[in-house]
Design a protein around this ligand. Structure first.
Ligand SMILES: NC(=O)c1ccc[n+]([C@@H]2O[C@H](COP(=O)([O-])OP(=O)(O)OC[C@H]3O[C@@H](n4cnc5c(N)ncnc54)[C@H](OP(=O)(O)O)[C@@H]3O)[C@@H](O)[C@H]2O)c1
Length: 295
């Protein structure tokens, strides 16, 4: 397929672009600054634009068979305009739109694991994303509309776990924000990229997919692993969200303190997706985040 990507220069986007190209898809990437768009798969065409330029998105989407949207939210009005630009451009010709949000739209999960059809209760940081999900899914009769919610992504030394390692390096021990019983749903970026390929190729229209390999990893385990990777002392300490907020801002600190257990059982069955990469704790302690001497 000919596919348009947003966010292709980012952490997830770079890996997703590579996997899509390996699977034989031809790529066009919408990028804000073409001179910074290095490292994309050979043959990737570049279109200069942004989430805030719906006319560019619409024109680029009108030339492809599908869109994989990975750029972060630009706010409610911007996201709705972008979703509309994509759905209008793909409508009526079997086009696929895979729209990325994230598991934070589910909010804290107090009971059992949240599933793909659980009610949303977004934390403040991602408050606008639920309306964008609805807008995308409401176009499911004219495009093959798919919402994909990744868990917390690890792998290749990047993403939020890299922040845990940096916090541990500075604090001299693992750092947990909020409370000692916080859990995060985790996924390796390579497994997640496999899910994007499966979603593009065969997800049913109207699907909500969870990109989660490990349903609820104790953040104390991740923090202990991060301390090991940083060469800091063993163990962990709990830090208040207010304290972490001074480093990363209040909304992101609240997100780090959000405890979730999230299931991807329906996603796995629907698409035959089998995450198989190293788990997050091992990856952080002795994998892609580890100092060579700590591995
Ligand atoms: N990382 C995670 O653990 C995680 C978990 C759940 C969901 N997600 C979601 O997954 C998506 C990708 O996350 P990520 O971690 O890969 O983010 P990232 O590394 O920060 O990459 C963001 C990408 O989006 C592009 N971008 C930013 N603002 C843009 C705009 N206004 N218009 C067009 N492009 C723009 C950036 O391009 P430039 O090169 O121009 O900066 C970059 O390519 C986001 O929607 C994020 O919320 C991430």
């Amino acid at each position: 397929m000919e596919l348009l990507l947003t966010g292709a220069t980012g952490y997830l986007g770079g890996v997703v672009a590579r996997r899509l190209a390996e699977a034989g898809h031809a790529l066009t990437a919408v990028v804000r600054e073409p001179s910074r768009a290095t490292g994309l798969p050979a043959g990737t065409r570049l279109v200069q634009g942004a989430v805030e330029s719906p006319e560019v998105l619409a024109d680029a989407a009108s030339r492809v068979d599908g869109v994989v949207h990975l750029a972060p939210s630009g706010g409610l009005a911007t996201d709705l305009a972008a979703a509309r630009a994509f759905t209008d451009a793909l409508a009526g010709r079997g086009g696929v739109l895979v729209w990325t949000t994230g598991v934070w739209v589910l909010g804290p999960t107090d009971g059992g694991a949240a599933a793909e059809d659980s009610p949303t209760a977004p934390i403040a940081l991602v408050h606008d994303r639920v309306a964008a999900e609805r807008a995308v899914l409401s176009a499911a009769d004219v495009v093959r509309a798919v919402v994909l919610r990744p868990g917390i992504v690890h792998g290749h030394g990047g993403g939020i776990p890299a922040l845990l390692v940096e916090q541990a390096r500075r604090a001299g021990t693992g750092v947990v924000t909020g409370a000692a019983d916080v859990r995060w749903p985790m996924v390796h970026v390579d497994d997640l990229a496999d899910l994007y390929v499966a979603a593009v190729e065969r997800a049913a229209s109207g699907s909500v997919l969870h990109g989660v390999a490990e349903e609820g990893v104790p953040v104390t385990d991740l923090a202990t692993a991060a301390a090991h990777a940083a060469g800091a002392g063993p163990g962990w300490t709990v830090r208040s969200t207010a304290e972490t907020a001074t480093e990363v801002g209040a909304a992101f600190a609240d997100a780090l303190a959000t405890s979730q257990v999230v299931s991807a059982t329906r996603t796995r069955f629907a698409l035959g997706w089998h995450p198989r990469r190293v788990g997050a704790v091992t990856d952080v302690a002795a994998g892609s985040y580890a100092r060579p001497s700590a591995a």
